[in-house]
Design a protein around this ligand. Sequence first.
Ligand code: SAH
Length: 236
Amino acid sequence: MVVGLGPGDRNCFTPEALAAIAAAQVVVGYHTYLDLIPDLLQGKQVVATPMRGEVERARQAVELAAAGKTVAVVSSGDPGIYGMAGLIIEAAGGRVPVRIIPGITAASAAAASLGAPLMNDFAVISLSDLLTPWETMLRRLEAAAAGDFVVVLYNPRSHGRPDHIKTARQIMLKYKPPATPVGIVRQARRGQEQKILTTLGEMLNHEIDMLTTVVIGNAQTSIQGDYMVTARGYKW
Ligand code: SAH
């Protein structure tokens, strides 16, 4: 099983995710995610892996499952969105069945904190170039901006590449005016949540790090009081 833990807070875990962990004999995941659930791990075999150890973790999980164990691989947010789901299916190669248990992804959690910015078509783009070539990312940013999508940026400040967010903003500014609303949410649904409503022109004046999701509006997005809202087109 590949289990999505949601953005962090326990009340954002789905009952299905909790049941899957309870049913598992072995729980596999990053230290950071396992640290969120120490009470759920009692009496279980725990395989904690460091960051960037995804392929090894996937292999280990599949070996354990092939040996007859019930294994839960935990992943933050939704495991099928920049998570472990695809890797586990590939590693399993049909040898063991894989069940994916969805979770609340950062885009949903951040959007709920901001108001309703994802009411119409949106694109999610990760600014991490560890696995996606930079040229591909530039092409996708350009296409999303040209298509007037609301753009959600994951991994907005890549390790060692602080300038990606600046480049992304420059591309957005080719198509979107500087007054376009931007929402920045740090640690959404994690107890220490911070949210900022700003604009495309001003967004870089605020702290943006790896624990942040950035939502850039489209031509229908406005700020209504404390909320960022993308109109869906209903007539009043
Ligand atoms: N599978 C995860 C995403 C992993 S990519 C999911 O579905 O949410 C990691 C990126 O997700 C982070 O760099 C950040 O941009 C975003 N993210 C994850 N949790 C977050 C949270 N609680 N608040 C804000 N952003 C978050």
